[in-house]
Design a binder for this molecule. Structure first.
Ligand code: RIB
Length: 312
């Protein structure tokens, strides 16, 4: 049987990562331990994550006509991602992410570069690729109008859709209406729902209201606490196994790729099982430095997921 087809429409960045023991204070100059360039961008990370899980994966997006763009495309290819939908924009730089990385967490500044040119024209050009997919996976590091247009193409063709709304922003009605699954983290969910969500009660009521209004499914990711969703009028938690953390960059991307994998397995019976698999994937990804280098294989996730299930 052919592997299910996933199309990722999204960003491709070069991650410039400075590792330090703690975050600098405002106005402070701090000595870092090391500096590394490594391919990233939420879109490209999720594409590599899907390919590592053996999904047939294609990427649509834009890079600049520079060495970073070539490097990122080559890395996608080496990871088994089809890059026919990755366009090179003349005269523009590839997107970059300046990442401050400590042993516990990170902070990221992104500069869109060529990602900002991933417009509706690119979707129009590659719409058959979206129509031919089983699942469309997206994030918000490209213009939101493009996301809305890609969702509309997918919806018309009956393609399942997942939006990781990161970085969060207000969503156009078309996005809210056409998306099937949304995976914000807690902060992003506060921005999107417009309500502070500092308790389980608040999460339950905001997710319930949203799902009733728009008819899609919301899964809120909670870092080392796993994720939660609503089922049977109650908030359900999927806990994460405790692991040694090396780099949290890309953990959300590993989660989304694994969730896409789970949604495409016809034999998978419940959302809880899919999310347990996704949480296990994210937990594995934080144990390795680099967003794409840390994407786990199917075998690795399955091994940890069996363990994770016993721990919950
Ligand atoms: O989700 C992690 C990613 O966010 C990094 O790779 C960086 O490029 C930013 O886009």
């Amino acid at each position: 049987m052919n592997a299910p087809r996933v199309v990722v429409v999204g960003s491709l960045n070069m991650d410039i990562v400075a590792t330090m023991q703690r975050m600098p204070r405002t106005g402070e100059t701090l000595r870092g331990d090391s500096m590394k360039y490594t391919p990233g961008g939420k879109g490209a990370n999720q594409a590599v994550g899907c390919a590592c899980l053996s999904l047939n994966t294609s990427m649509i997006g834009c890079v600049g006509d520079d060495v970073f763009g070539e490097w990122i495309k080559r890395n996608l290819l080496e990871n088994g991602v089809d890059v026919q939908g990755v366009e090179i924009v003349e005269g523009l730089s590839t997107g970059t992410a300046i990442i401050s990385h400590t042993p516990r967490d990170n902070s990221i500044i992104i500069v869109g570069g060529a990602n900002d040119r991933c417009t509706g024209a690119i979707i129009e050009q590659h719409k058959d690729m979206i129509r031919g997919a089983d699942l469309l996976l997206m994030q918000l590091e490209i213009p939101v109008d493009t996301v809305e247009q890609a969702l509309a193409v997918a919806k018309q063709a009956g393609v399942l859709t997942v939006l990781n709304p990161a970085p969060a922003q207000e969503l156009p009605e078309g996005v809210k209406r056409d998306v099937d699954y949304m995976t914000p983290n807690e902060t992003e969910w506060e921005i999107i729902s417009g309500v502070p969500c500092d308790s389980d009660e608040a999460l339950l009521s905001t997710i319930t209201d949203w799902e009733r209004k728009y008819g899609n499914k919301v899964i809120v990711t909670r870092g080392d606490k796993g994720c939660c969703y609503v089922e049977g009028n109650s908030l359900q938690h999927v806990m994460a196994p405790q692991v040694r953390v090396s780099d949290t960059t890309g953990a959300g991307d590993a989660f989304n790729a694994a969730m896409a994998y789970g949604l495409l397995q016809s034999g998978t019976s419940s959302l809880r099982e899919i999310l347990s698999f996704a949480v296990a994937s994210a937990s594995l990804s934080v144990q390795t430095f680099g967003a794409q280098e840390g994407m786990p294989t199917l075998k690795e996730v399955r091994a940890l997921d069996a363990l994770a299930e016993r721990l919950v």
